[in-house]
Design a protein around this ligand. Structure first.
Ligand code: 2HG
Ligand code: ZN
Length: 481
């Protein structure tokens, strides 16, 4: 029998007493948007969705849930591709949505830091930095909806990691509420602090399984004064890697993005966008989007880009290239790249493998894995794209045009994703380079993490969340699985 204190009604009343009536949602209709994941694969249920407006409220919510053994699912912009931010369908969990904690609290232009609440969207954080002539460099397609707390919880990457690193590299301190309501804070804006374990890193990338991140001190960078963008057809993935080497060599630190795009990825996104012209006149199997940025003037940066492309042509790495002649050209090139993911979602039936391998192996990996997938299903559309400069590609075979998503996934999801993951692992790679684990990849960890790694993960979980209340069922496979 259900404990009286934790019936859905009692839970709702307790939450209302903490955050106010208007900041609580209940019932399947009102909670729908918060229990359905971004890709609409998972449809969970929540006892209550709570929207606290302060760290103190988050703390009181967690204290109550801890005392009453109620599971809690932390949620930012709900853009996880791995089902990491929604509850299961038991209807037992309280979803703690951080959207109302959306204030930029301070910008220190001498320390080059920005203090934010966790519910600030990435685009709002970037705009706030820009208003102070600073750059917050994390760049991902979902920036309008994803939130800093979620970016930290998943250690988000994106298209500027090559230059600036991922979220872990962009944060100096965080505030997080522990499962029992205690508050951990390291928000002092220090670039140097070697006083024992750097505990913030436990919460970063933990996908809300150890605590709820409520705030952060982020690093700010100088705004680049110029940028140069080109859409380049390359001879092969190996040519792309060599071109990247050339670009790094000739430009110093200026290569900000180096994104691979396969022909089927381009075709798919152009069909989805409808009225956008292909950047290059002819059809090419492999392309890269290159962006250089620098603190110097546009003229010398453009000259560097031309030098890189000329060298690429001479070495037969580059087949054709379109250099953005205006901001609007550059935006179009980027739009093509950024919308590939949504184009796949709309089409349905894509097997998403977010893999990384050492840069020295990425070209061979792409070629070999493609050949193996095509040997299984020759009509699969090889939508392969992403952050080649980081050794990370979104290797997402898509259903043939004449197959339904359901039929394709039923037949191929398991064999193809296992094949690709195993190949990446064999190259010392990762089966989840930047999208995290969530529910989708949870059980795969038993295959790809060592016994020591898994044991340490369970021990950390046990130490911080002994009652297994925070985001249960995510990230960690069952012990003894
Ligand atoms: C991207 O780089 C995102 O566009 C999404 O990481 C990738 O949907 C995907 O597989
Ligand atoms: Zn990506």
């Amino acid at each position: 029998m259900q404990d009286q204190a934790t019936t859905p009604d009692a839970t709702l009343r307790a939450m209302q007493a903490i955050v106010g009536e208007r900041a609580c949602l209940s019932g399947d209709t009102d909670t729908q948007a918060y229990v359905t994941d971004y890709r609409r694969i998972y449809h969970g249920r929540a006892r209550v969705v709570v929207m606290p407006s302060s760290t103190e409220q988050v703390s009181r919510v967690l204290q109550w849930c801890y005392a009453n053994n109620v599971p809690v699912v932390p949620q930012g912009g709900n853009t996880s591709l791995m089902g990491g931010a929604v509850p299961d369908d038991s209807g037992t969990a309280v979803v703690v949505n951080l959207s109302r904690m959306n204030r930029v609290l301070a910008i220190d232009t001498i320390n080059d830091t920005m203090t934010v609440q966790a519910g600030v969207t990435l685009s709002a954080a970037r705009s706030a930095a820009e208003a102070e002539q600073r750059l917050f460099p994390l760049r991902i397609g979902s920036e309008g909806s994803c939130q800093i707390g979620g970016n930290l919880s998943t250690n988000a990457g994106g298209t500027a990691v090559l230059r600036y690193g991922n979220m872990r590299d962009l944060v100096l301190g965080i505030e997080a509420v522990l499962p029992d309501g205690r508050i951990y804070s390291s928000q002092r804006g220090l670039r140097k602090d070697n006083t024992g374990y750097d505990l913030k890193h436990l919460f970063i990338g933990a996908e809300g399984t150890l605590g709820i991140i409520t705030g952060a001190v982020l690093k700010l960078m100088p705004q680049p004064r110029s940028s140069a963008v080109a859409f380049v057809a390359v001879d092969s993935p190996a040519a792309a890697v060599r071109l990247l080497g050339e670009a790094k060599h000739l430009s110093g630190q200026a290569v900000t993005a180096f994104e691979l795009i396969s022909q089927p990825a381009l075709e798919l996104v152009l069909e989805y966008l409808g009225n956008v012209a292909a950047p290059l006149p002819a059809r090419h199997d492999w392309m890269v989007l290159i962006e250089l940025t620098s603190g110097t003037d546009a003229e010398s940066l453009n000259a560097t880009l031309m030098e890189i492309l000329e060298s690429g042509f001479e070495q037969k790495l580059v087949v054709d290239a379109a250099v953005a002649a205006s901001l609007s050209d550059a935006q179009t090139f980027w739009r093509i790249r950024e919308e590939i993911s949504d184009a796949q979602t709309r089409t349905g039936g894509s097997i998403k493998c977010d893999v990384s391998v050492p840069l020295s192996r990425i070209a061979a990996f792409v070629e070999e894995a493609s050949a193996k997938v095509l040997a299984l299903e020759p009509a699969a559309r090889m939508v392969i794209y992403g952050h080649m400069g980081d050794g990370n590609v979104h290797f997402n075979p898509l259903r043939p045009k004449d197959q339904t998503a359901k039929a394709f996934l039923a037949q191929w999801y398991e064999p193809i994703s296992s094949l690709v993951d195993a190949m990446a692992h064999a190259e010392n790679g990762s089966i989840s380079a930047e999208h995290g684990i969530g529910v989708v990849k949870r059980d795969d960890l038993t295959r790809y993490k060592s016994a020591v790694e898994l044991e340490l993960m369970w021990q950390v979980k046990q130490a911080l969340d002994p009652r297994n209340l925070l985001n249960p069922g995510k990230v960690l496979p069952a012990r003894g699985h």
